[in-house]
Ligand binder design. Sequence first.
Ligand SMILES: [Zn+2]
Length: 140
Amino acid sequence: MLTFRKSDLQTMIDHCTAGLPNEACGMLAGKAGKVEKIYCMKNAKPGPDFYEMDAEEQFRVMKDIRDAGLEMVGMFHSHPTGQAYPSSVDVEKAYWPGTQLPNYPDAVYVIISFMDRAKPVARGFSIEEGKVDEVRLSMP
Ligand SMILES: [Zn+2]
C-alpha cells in the first residue's frame, strides 16, 4: 500500500495535465510507504505513449531525496490515452538495461490514465521479475 495526501494526487494530476497530449513523469519521495514529497519532472523524450526522465534531473532529485532523509518510494507517469496499467515498455523499463535486475526494486509505479480527461484514474503497481502486481493507493 502507498499512502498519499489528496493534494499530492492533485499535484501529479496537474503536472500530467500540463504535459498532455504527451506523457509526463515524476518521482515520489517518502518513508515506509507514505509519500511526503512529489517531484514533478521533465519528460526528456516526450511522446503520447513514451516518457524518459532526464538523467541529470533524476540524479539531482535522488540526491535531494537522500539529503532530506527520505527514500524514493515510487515514480509516476501518465497514460494520456491508455489504461492505468503498466505497458509492455513500462515493464521492460523497470529493469536495468539488458538484465533482469530491477531498477528500483521497492518502487511503486503510479500510472495516471487520462482516457477520461475529466476523471483521471490513478493506480499503483509493483513490477518485479516481469510480474505486475497492484499496490493499493490510499488517500486518507
Ligand atoms: Zn507507461
